[in-house]
Ligand binder design. Structure first.
Ligand code: NAD
Length: 313
């Protein structure tokens, strides 16, 4: 399959590399000059737990993407949430009538953004438990394992989605066809919408957050706000199940000692966060449906305040 990875950062490098290793024609699209230079000179280096892989993948900035790469079969979207729209404005030339887009970003509201650029029957949504990091330009740190849930937005897209599932299966990405990917997206947004922002503002890891006597009350309130807005969008979140999934991460034997990705982006690397697409999206959607979401509004503003204090880029 001819596949373009739109946003070849940490996760884009992982997915692109694993798809390339099983014989797909993969091109990377990214606009980080040092990353492009490193991959062109030395290949993309994947640092797995027990071995290293070097993949000589073509990489382009969006400005270099022209009709030469027209009509790829699949674009896998893996920018940060706030970069998605700009990416799709720039890569219009490679999106043909038959091209599908598979969105694997975290967060809410991407359906609306992608529908501006691609017919809904050509859109696949997913969530993933894979993780990835970059240890420097051209170097992806690829520890652990994961899986991917995927589902076409419209029934017409199912046949091609199953083809994509097979391609991802062959690449060892452990895909599962979902019958309700929107539910999974909201559930993951709840996990991120509690642990990401709260650990960042409280400057603590997940286990420390969970050890606070007020933790349960805070997450119940935030999950309640997410559930009220999800319900207005036709998604019936099981709040107790979501809270259990959040509390399961407190265990120090699993994720407890981790600092969530938002903490790493903002506190360690002074990068802007995806808060507007998590708690911020619930706040804005809540306004539209006249649902009050004070905790999401407060947390969104606190994170933006911290971004300003740290001069995050
Ligand atoms: P990242 O910042 O490492 O990668 C994004 C890449 O997109 C960057 O390399 C950036 O240069 C590029 N980019 C952004 N805008 C661009 C544009 N307009 N044109 C060209 N290139 C552009 O981020 P990531 O960690 O890979 O995360 C991507 C998405 O996946 C996020 O929504 C994140 O929440 C989600 N996610 C990440 C992980 C993880 O472990 N890293 C796990 C699950 C989900």
């Amino acid at each position: 399959m001819k596949i373009a990875i739109a946003g070849a950062g940490a996760m884009g490098s992982r997915i692109g590399l694993m798809l390339h290793q099983t014989g797909n024609e993969v091109i990377l699209i990214d606009r980080w000059p040092d990353h492009i230079k490193a991959i062109r000179e030395n290949g993309l280096i994947g640092e797995f737990e027990d071995h290293e892989v070097v993949a000589h993948l073509p990489i382009y900035s969006p400005e270099e993407i022209v009709e030469d790469h027209a009509n790829v079969d699949l674009v896998v979207a893996l920018t940060k949430s706030m970069q998605l729209e700009a990416m799709f404005q720039d890569i219009q030339p490679i999106i043909g009538k038959e091209t599908f887009v598979f969105c694997l970003l975290n967060g809410l509201g991407h359906e609306e953004t992608l529908s501006k650029f691609v017919p809904r029957e050509n859109i696949i949504f997913g969530t993933t438990t894979w993780t990835a990091g970059l240890s420097g330009p051209g170097h992806a740190k690829l520890v652990g394992s994961g899986s991917i849930e995927m589902e076409n937005l419209e029934p017409k897209g199912k046949a091609f989605t199953l083809e994509v599932l097979e391609v991802f299966q062959n690449a060892g990405l452990n895909p599962i066809y979902s019958n309700n990917v929107r539910y999974s997206i909201w559930k993951k947004a709840c996990i991120n919408g509690t642990l990401n922002g709260l650990c960042t503002i409280l400057d603590c890891n997940i286990a420390d957050f969970g050890s606070m006597s007020v933790a349960r009350g805070i997450i119940e309130t935030i999950v309640g706000e997410f559930a009220a807005v999800a319900s207005a969008e036709g998604i019936d979140l099981d709040q107790e199940q979501v809270i259990q999934a959040i509390e399961a991460t407190y265990d120090v034997k699993t994720q407890g000692l981790h600092f969530p990705s938002m903490y790493q982006d903002l506190i360690r690397n002074h990068r802007k966060t995806e808060i507007d697409y998590i708690n911020g999206a619930v706040w804005q959607k809540g306004k539209m449906y006249q649902i009050s979401t004070p905790y999401c509004a407060f947390l969104t503003q606190l994170i933006h305040g911290k971004e300003e204090l740290l001069n995050a880029k």
